[in-house]
Design a protein around this ligand. Structure first.
Ligand code: V47
Ligand code: SF4
Length: 381
């Protein structure tokens, strides 16, 4: 390996990071190919502390996957089921409300709702999920449906996504999760999920959501057939949209889990790739306020280390996660608040409970309320 000290491009990157200048596509690829892990950690930590100080955020949330039946067959997905498969399910209104009530009683501030694109369910069924929960549990923030699902709703109804997003917002939609982004570059996307929403559709839908005043997250699925240049291309496309709208809150790099998928022959991404990707994401996405180490996907130990490699958020208590557990994740189903806070403190950071939109959450006896908006540094707003 070329020493980072001797490498003039790495020296130039170090200067850029120190003086808060934007990194280029070539810089990003060079970081993947030539920088050692310590250099990456040092640089990413500089940016992380510049933006978020010692704070590390978490939330109290629950997942809801109303159906796993899906018309698509993404090669990396172990969650989906065929229409007639015994594994397939569609939750009833009662089951959905029971999950929401459980979350509310546990003091959750957020429900994260995503699922499959069912062959037969109409658009109104998906709308009803949000409307129903919002009517019964108005305090729960509903972070619902990925851009792939919004694109499916457009195909189902023939109506523009902008109009559908507005209709859902009226019904109680709070924000959009970051899923469905995978890898934008067509050389990869066409091989892992060729039929679903393409990168232009994903970007357009998030732009429309931001224009309607909805915040959203972004993800990248890495560690399968993609190369560093595809990852860097992905990050730059997200950075460009963020320059335009400022509507992204958090970026979440998602490590590929191969078990029970069409890519089961591939090894799991290494710990080194996990930490490199976390750090390079922090460095390239200079206009994203937060980078999330999703512990369900990284495993608790790597997620804790990631707090020194650019990440400032651990996601939440989670509960009822299916997408990663179907694909072989051996993380627990749930982390308690006590455990999350201990992990953060042991890493030398200050734990802060946030709601979905990054307001501080203040707990009093059996109740909670939101406090000040946690400062979104680096967004230019
Ligand atoms: O889009 C599916 C990924 C995503 C596998 O917005 C897989 O706060 C790895 O987007 N191995 C859904 N990844 C999850 C997601 C997410 C998670 C946590 C927080 C947020 C947020 C969003 O999961 C899918 C896909 O990219 N995925 N199968 C798999 N076998
Ligand atoms: Fe369906 Fe989503 Fe799985 Fe693709 S990743 S097969 S769209 S559930």
């Amino acid at each position: 390996m070329i020493s980072s000290v001797q490498d003039s491009r790495l020296a130039a990157i170090r200067d850029k990071v120190a003086t808060n200048q934007r990194l280029s596509f070539d810089d990003g690829v060079a970081l993947y190919e030539r920088a050692d892990l310590f250099t990456l950690g040092e640089l990413a930590n500089l940016v992380r502390e510049r933006k978020n100080g010692q704070f590390t955020y978490y939330n109290v949330n629950t997942h809801l996957n109303p159906t796993n039946v899906c018309v698509y067959r993404c090669t990396f997905c172990a969650f989906r089921a065929d229409l007639k498969s015994p594994k397939g399910y569609v939750m009833s209104d009662e089951q959905i409300l029971a999950r929401a009530a459980e979350a509310d009683q546990r003091g959750a501030t957020e429900l994260h709702i995503v699922g499959g694109l069912h062959h037969q369910l109409p658009y109104e069924w998906y709308l009803n999920v949000v409307r129903l929960i919002h009517q019964h549990h108005p305090r729960l923030h509903l972070k619902a449906y990925t851009a792939v699902e919004w694109d499916w709703f457009e195909r189902l109804t023939g109506r523009p996504t902008r109009e559908l997003l507005a209709e859902f917002k009226e019904a109680g939609l709070g924000s959009l999760p970051g899923g469905g982004a995978e890898i934008f570059h067509p050389e990869v996307r066409d091989r892992i999920c060729e039929h679903k929403a393409d990168s232009d559709a994903w970007i357009r839908i998030h732009r429309e959501a931001h224009q309607l005043g909805l915040r959203s997250n972004a993800t990248m699925l890495y560690g399968h057939i993609e190369e560093p240049r595809h990852r860097v291309d992905h990050l730059i496309r997200l950075r460009e949209l963020q320059d335009e709208t400022g509507g992204f809150q958090t970026f979440i790099p998602l490590a590929f889990h191969p078990d029970h998928t069409g890519l089961a022959h591939l090894p799991r991404p290494s710990g080194v790739l996990d930490l490199k990707t976390m750090a390079i994401s922090r460095l390239m996405l200079d206009n994203f306020p937060h980078i999330k180490a999703y512990w369900v996907m990284l495993g608790i130990k790597t997620a804790q280390l990631a707090l020194s490699f650019g990440a400032d958020d651990l996601d939440g208590t989670v509960v009822h996660e299916k997408i990663y557990h179907d694909a072989g994740s051996d993380s627990p189903q749930e982390l308690s608040v006590v455990e999350i806070r201990r992990l953060i403190e042991e890493a030398g950071r200050i734990p802060v409970e946030r709601d979905t939109l990054y307001h501080e959450v203040i707990r009093e006896e059996h109740n909670w309320r939101t406090g000040r908006a946690l400062h979104l540094v680096g967004t230019g707003r």
